[in-house]
Write a protein that binds this ligand. Sequence first.
Ligand code: F6R
Length: 614
Amino acid sequence: MCGIVGYLGDGNVYEILINGLKRLEYRGYDSAGIALVSPEGKLNVYKTLGKVSNLEAYCRDKNLTARAGIAHTRWATHGEPSDCNAHPHYSEDGRLALVHNGTIENYQVLREALQQHGCHFSTQTDTEVLVQLIEYIRTSNSCTLIEAVREALKQVVGAYAVAIVERGNPDTIIAARKSSPLVVGIGDGETFLGSDGTPFIEYTDKVVYVQDDEIAVITRDQPLKIINLDNEETKVDVKKLEFSIAQLEKGGYDHFMLKEIFEQPSTLTDCIRGRVVDNAQRVLLNGVFDHKEKFMDCNRIIVVACGTSWHAGLLGKQLIQDLCAIPVEVEYASEFRYSHPVITERDIVIAVSQSGETADTLAAIQIAKAKGAFVYGISNVVGASIPRETHSGTYIHVGPEIGVASTKAFTGQVTVFTLLALAIAQLRGTLTQPQIAEVSGHLQQIPHYVKETLKLNDKIRQLSLIYTYARNFLYLGRGYSYPVALEGALKLKEISYIHAEGYPAAEMKHGPIALIDSEMPSVIIAPHDHLYDKIVSNVQQVKSRGGSIIAIVTKGDTVIRDLADHVLEVPDVPECLTPLITSIPLQLLSYYIAINKGKDVDMPRNLAKSVTVE
Ligand code: F6R
C-alpha cells in the first residue's frame, strides 16, 4: 500500500528509482510518479495512472538527468486514482515536491486554513495539503526547509512516511515518519530511501529504520542526520538487512504466489530450525523463555490481527487452548482498537502480522500496552514496526512474501503458534514430556508432508478447469479445519474475484444451506480428526441437495470418497497439525482458478500487501 523510493548519489537516479518502484509493486498501487532534481536544481515531476511501466513509457522522451530524486506508488485513499492525484505533489509555487504514504486525518481543517491564507489546491489529496503547509510555513516564517517540515509535522494528525525534494537543491532529501514504514539505505557515497529495503538491496544491506516522529536529513557528502520534531539529534542506529536479492525473484515460476506455495517445505524448515531441539524432546523459543514469568502468570491471551493473520490467530487459539489450557480470544485488530477492551496486566496480547506494518494491528498494540498488557509479536519482516513495538516475539522467518495473497506466511504463522503453544505447555506443565516430544517430532516432519501434498499440483490444475466459472463457493470445516475453510475462501475471492464464504460446517444448516444447488460447489475440509464422523453428516447434507463437493481428506479415506465428486488426499498428521497440510491444496486451487480466469494473481485489483492506513 503506497511505496516510497528515494536516491541521492552519483548513480543513474532515474533507473534506481524506477527499479525500486518495481520492487515495491507487490505492495499494491494504482498510479506512480517520480520527482527528479537535475544538477542545475531544476525540479521535474512525472506521474501517471496505472503501472510503473506506464510511467516508464511516459518518461521516455522527458529530461531524466538528476542528482537526487524521490518516487512513489500510490494506493488511493483521498481522491480517485488519476494522473493528477498521483504523487509527487507540488507546493503551489513549484518549489517542493513531496511523496507520502499514510493519511493526514486533519487535512480538511488544514486545507481550509491554508485556503484562507490564499493557497489554491489542484488535487483532492491530503498529501497536497501537507506539501502546501510546509511551503506556507517556510515562506511566512522565513525559516529553513527543515524547520518548516518540523513545524508542519507537529500540526499534522495521522500517519505518514514522507520524502521531500526541493527545486534549486540537488543535494538534499528530507524524509520523516510516523506510523508508516521508512528505511534509509546507507551506501558508499550514496543514500537510498524505501518503504522497506527491497528497492535497494542490490546496493547496500546497511539500513537505518526511521522511528516515529523522526526526520532523516540526507545530504550529499555528509553522514545521515536524524533529528526529532524538537530538533534534537538522535543516534543513527545502522542495522543489517536480512534478505537477499534472489528471494525477490520468481526463480523460474510464473508467479510469486506459485513460487511461495512451492517454497513452503523450505520456509517451514527455516521457521522450525533451532526451535525444536534435543532430538525433538524440547522446544526453544527465546521470546517466551526470556519472559517466563509473564507466561507463567498469564490468565488470558488475546490475539489481534487482520485478514489471513487473523485466520492464523484462530488456529493459535485452538492450539493454545488445547495444549496449554489458557483461555484465548481472537479479535480483528480494527474492531479491538475501538471496542474499549477490558485488559489486565495478567493478559498477554499476541499481535500477528506478516508485514509488521498493518496500521490497525499497530494501533491495537498501542492500546494493549497502554493498558498494561504484555505484548508478543508474530511477524515476518525483520525490523518492521510491529516487532519493534512489541515487548517480545517470534519471527516466522519465511523470507519476503511478494504475492499479495498470503500463503507461506500463513503456514509460517501457524507453525509459530504451534511452537508457542508447545513452549508455553512446557513451561506450565500442561503437557507431559512424551506429549511434547510427540507433537514436536511430527512438527519437524511437516515440511516433508507439505512436499508430499504439493504433489497434488497437477490434479488440482485439472480440477480447477471444472470450477473456473462457478460464481460462488462455500468452504466448510470444523474444529481445526474451520479457520482453514475461512482462509481457503479468502484466497479464492482475493485473486479470482469469485464470491466465496467460509463457514463452520455445522452452522451451514442455520442459513447457508439455502444457497446449495448444482451451481454451488462446496469445498469441504475433512481430515481424519475427532470431528470426522460429524463432518461426514455435513457432506451428506450438501450431497442430498445436489451440491458438488470437493473434499480434502486424509490418505486412505473411503467414506467421503464415495460421497464427494472429487477428493484430494493429504498425508495423515496429528489433528493439531492438519491446517499446515490441508491449507496447501486450497492455495493451489485458488491459484489455478484465478490463472484460468486470466487474473493478475500477484497483484489482485484493489488489494495492498502492506495495509498501512486504517
Ligand atoms: C490475505 C492477506 C491479507 C493480510 C492482512 C494482514 O491474503 O494477505 O488479508 O493477511 O492484510 O496483513 P499483515 O499480516 O501484514 O498484518
